[in-house]
Design a protein around this ligand. Structure first.
Ligand SMILES: C[S@@+](CC[C@H](N)C(=O)[O-])C[C@H]1O[C@@H](n2cnc3c(N)ncnc32)[C@H](O)[C@@H]1O
Length: 204
């Protein structure tokens, strides 16, 4: 078991999960800012891993946080991390594929998402990472598209979706995907590029 400090929280992880990346504090911090004026309701974290991004987003608020991930080890560690930081009463973990983890009528004030985004052909470049944590399909965007679909279905009116992706080219592709969706209720309003990834802000 290893530990690091993330947004002032003590976070445990091990070899069964992706190691938390320090730069992703930016996603938690942006999410926490959005929460100040977000509609009432809980926060959803898709592809939560050990939950540090979602915990960092809600730790200064009383918002409930629902985490979703398919990795049983992530569930154990995320719930330990919530407890270690006194946030367990705010947190629920759903061990499930995100595609089927939510009831049709569930709505969230904010959704943070950190899907795998490496192209399947390139996953061998990252031998230290669990393949299911990084494999995003042929173009790397299979799960990112699912996240956008879930933003559209499950954000409250006025709610925000904050998606992490790998590159500016992927950000352009996923922005085009969102624009092509027929519902017309989801828009990309901002993005921020970092050395190791890109954050895209959607509003509903
Ligand atoms: C890029 S990792 C991010 C994990 C964590 N947020 C972090 O920063 O370390 C992607 C996560 O998505 C999970 N995952 C992959 N496919 C999924 C699916 N269909 N539904 C839910 N979670 C999935 C993996 O288990 C992994 O924990």
């Amino acid at each position: 078991m290893q530990q690091l400090t993330f947004c002032g929280l003590e976070i445990s992880f091990d070899h069964r999960v992706l190691e938390p990346r320090p730069w992703t504090e930016a996603q938690s911090e942006w999410a926490a800012e959005l929460l100040v004026d977000a509609p009432p309701g809980p926060v959803l974290e898709l592809c939560a891993g050990v939950g540090h991004i979602g915990l960092g987003a809600v730790c200064e608020s009383d918002r409930n946080l629902i985490m979703v991930d398919i990795n049983p080890a992530a569930r154990v560690l995320a719930l330990e991390n919530a407890a270690l930081n006194g946030l367990d009463s705010q947190v629920e973990f759903r061990l499930n594929q995100m595609e089927t983890a939510l009831d049709a009528d569930e709505r969230f004030s904010l959704i943070v998402a950190d899907p795998p985004w490496v192209r399947s052909a390139d996953t061998s470049l990252f031998p230290e990472d669990p393949v299911r944590a990084i494999d995003g399909g042929d173009d790397g965007l299979d799960l990112a598209r699912t996240c956008v679909d879930l933003f559209d279905l499950h954000l409250s009116p006025g709610g925000s979706g904050l998606l992490q992706i790998g590159t500016l080219a992927q950000a352009e592709a996923i922005t085009a995907y969102a624009a092509d969706r027929r519902s017309g209720s989801l828009s990309v309003v901002d993005s921020r590029a970092y050395e190791r990834g890109v954050l895209i802000l959607f509003v509903h």
